[in-house]
Design a protein around this ligand. Structure first.
Ligand SMILES: [Zn+2]
Ligand SMILES: [Zn+2]
Length: 488
């Protein structure tokens, strides 16, 4: 480790990684460039936006059995949001990156180019879902981004000027493996390889405590928890420090929270408000974790023959990250983004966690209305192409948009279960009141009894009641069993 004093403010600045050429002074944000003998100030770095990430410089973790320290951070912004790339230094003297995007983590390290490498495709020829073969493996293009590295913290392995730089990156996935092609410096990309990463492999005590995350998130420290809408002044209390964007539930102004101040991007025309079963700010306990409902979207399949609408609720938990609940005519689904990707068995069948899912439907989803806080910039009219694969009550969903492809896995949950999560017991009851098959079964039973009595009037007159009673029991037994099953 090398320790120097900042030439601007005199504060101590450390270079832990031998590969670091630049560091940002923690006190004055001076950008310091290191060469063999000296350290030179080349400017000032924009401040990073403190977000909900529990990772910080000084956090430590393990990857493939090797300990690493988080020594630097680069924040990248694209049209619809931003993410962090944490620069990590391994105990064996190598380095890597821990990417941190909306609660999805991955560790990647430079893969040196080999003589036998195939020619890598130019960035503009890529499309989400496109295959790439490397080292005998097939990877699928996931995110294609032209973005801007805008701010940094701590040490970095290359120099970043005050204005940042344009980053051009393509992420590929194969099961839990990550491959990044970085076209930022040259048309021939630098290759990074790695894996999806779980925060469970980080040392707990080195992560930021929950209350610190809440207090510091957002550059308007302390304000984001109860942000006043910059357009109408209404308090927006559920933003909970996680939002890239908030759409005011009162005036529908679209507020960008990814800069230094909350900024109104666009005002939406006031449309008739919708009644949703669950409301913004609702609290739930799901699998022992506390969640807040921070955003909701009404989506539509525009197919003229079979159009349908559904509501997607975005929930956030400090410990568990994001979770979606989807409410449609078919019921409720609990949806999570897949950390590990499904792999194709054939065009119509995918394998995921040892199970096979068969193709169900292809359809489009258009955002008709969005309210609340989101971890990306959602717009009314956003279209994505969806393919569902099913297995019993479970579903795998592939969602493709212009520059990204993602997978999620969902399971069907009962309305009564959702009611218990939100401490909203009426939810289960409302659904049970709706007409269902047991009513028609009761109707059939009544009809059968009347018919039995009518056709056996002679027997009744002769006093043969017993056979009628036995017949009645057989007619009503299925109704009774079905009611029992439904109550459970
Ligand atoms: Zn300084
Ligand atoms: Zn407002």
């Amino acid at each position: 480790m090398q320790r120097i004093l900042c030439p601007q403010c005199g504060a101590p600045v450390e270079f832990k990684s031998a590969a670091s050429v630049m560091a940002v002074c923690g006190s004055c944000r001076s950008t310091l460039l290191k060469d063999a003998e000296s350290v030179k100030r080349i400017g000032e770095m924009a401040e990073v936006l403190e977000d909900y990430s529990p990772i910080q410089i000084t956090s430590t973790g393990k990857y493939e059995g090797k300990r690493f320290d988080v020594v630097g951070r680069l924040q990248l912004r694209y049209e619809a949001g931003f993410w962090n790339e944490w620069y990590v230094w391994f105990e064996d003297g190598t380095d890597g990156w821990l990417s941190d995007a909306s609660g999805q983590y991955a560790v990647t390290r430079t893969r040196p180019s080999k003589d036998k490498d195939p020619a890598l495709p130019p960035f503009d020829s890529l499309a989400p879902g496109k295959e790439l073969k490397l080292d005998g493996k097939i990877y699928y293009a996931a995110d294609l981004r032209r973005c801007r590295a805008v701010s940094g913290q701590g040490e970095l392995p290359f120099a970043v000027g005050a204005d940042g730089y344009e980053a051009v990156v393509a992420d590929f996935r194969a099961l839990d493996e990550f491959l990044t092609l970085d076209y930022s410096d040259a048309p021939t990309p630098q290759v990074y390889l790695g894996k999806a990463y779980s925060l469970d492999d980080m040392q707990r005590g080195s992560l930021r405590a929950e209350h610190l995350v809440e207090e510091s998130a957002g550059n308007y420290v302390g304000k984001i928890k109860a942000l006043d809408c910059p357009s109408c002044g209404a308090p927006i209390s559920f933003a909970a420090a996680v939002a890239t964007q908030v759409i005011c539930p009162n005036c529908r102004a679209q507020v960008d929270c990814s800069g230094e101040t909350a900024e109104v991007l666009a005002k939406q025309k006031k449309v008739a408000s919708i009644q949703t079963t669950l409301s913004l700010g609702a609290k739930a306990t799901i699998d022992n974790a506390a969640y807040t409902l921070i955003g909701l979207m009404q989506c539509e399949d525009p197919d003229p023959e079979e159009s349908s609408r559904w509501i997607e609720y975005l929930l956030y938990s400090q410990q568990k990250g994001f979770l979606w609940l989807v409410e449609s005519d078919d019921g409720w689904d609990k949806v999570r983004v897949c950390d590990r990707w499904p792999s194709p068995v054939s065009d119509k069948r995918y394998s995921y966690e040892g199970k096979r899912y068969d193709k169900l439907y292809d359809y489009d989803s258009v955002v008709k209305l969005a309210l609340g806080a989101f971890n990306w910039r959602v717009k009314v009219g956003d279209v994505s192409h969806i393919t569902d694969f099913g297995l019993g009550n479970g579903k795998l969903t592939r969602e493709t948009a212009d520059a990204e492809l993602g997978w999620s896995v969902s399971e069907r949950v009962g309305a009564a279960q959702v009611g218990r999560w939100f401490n909203f017991p009426e939810l289960g009851k409302v659904k049970e009141k709706s007409p269902d098959k047991s009513n028609s079964l009761s109707g059939v039973a009544i009809f059968a009894c009347v018919a039995m009595l009518f056709f056996n009037a002679d027997e009744l007159e002769n006093g043969h009641w017993l056979s009628m009673i036995v017949g009645g029991v057989f007619i009503w037994l299925p109704v009774w069993i079905q009611n029992k099953l439904r109550d459970n």
